[in-house]
Design a protein. Structure first.
Length: 71
């Protein structure tokens, strides 16, 4: 059963994905030099959302954690 659900839309229409407690879910929305990566995982019985700034397609790795929320 899905713990997480995501939707995204671009020029080729809408797409959706599901993630489980064990798989988690992440997305990276970006331009060439700037982007946002969002990681969603299940940790110690709670959902954790981490939002990080990246260098975009040019440098896709997280540069700075902007927010982390546990629910």
């Amino acid at each position: 059963m899905a713990q997480f659900y995501a939707e995204i839309q671009g020029n080729r229409g809408k797409a959706s994905r599901m993630g489980t407690k064990s798989s988690g879910m992440w997305c990276h929305i970006r331009g060439w030099d700037v982007g946002i990566r969002i990681d969603l995982e299940h940790v110690n019985g709670r959902d954790r959302l981490t939002v990080s700034r990246t260098g975009g397609s040019h440098s896709p790795y997280p540069v700075e954690i902007l927010a982390q929320v546990d629910e």
